[in-house]
Ligand binder design. Sequence first.
Ligand code: FES
Length: 127
Amino acid sequence: MTTWNLKGTQKHVLICNGSSCMRKEGEEITLAIREEIATLQLDHEIHTSRTRCNGRCKDACVVIVYPEGKWYSATSTEVGRDIIKNHVDPSIHLHDALIYDFVDDELNAVNESSRIEGIMKKEKTNV
Ligand code: FES
């Protein structure tokens, strides 16, 4: 067990380690993200957490970055590394991997035509 002093942390990267994401290189992507953070000496700025399922299994492996509120589909270790590199170099292109973006106080789907829409929570509660 570890208790970090998170003072000064600028980003929190949540890496899905639910079963669907683990079947799609979740472990390798987790390690690649953490290795990239160490390589770029960003340990004091970026904190990572492994999570259970985030409810977007079709986009495995799901990686979420806060405070931006950006949700990514990391389909390879390279995409995972690029998510971290983007922190220091915003010109690194991530648009294809972006699935949700937090805009106007809510999550908005990005690249909708190439993704499974999923079940609306309102629909589910009306069943
Ligand atoms: S297991 Fe990762 S989103 Fe479901």
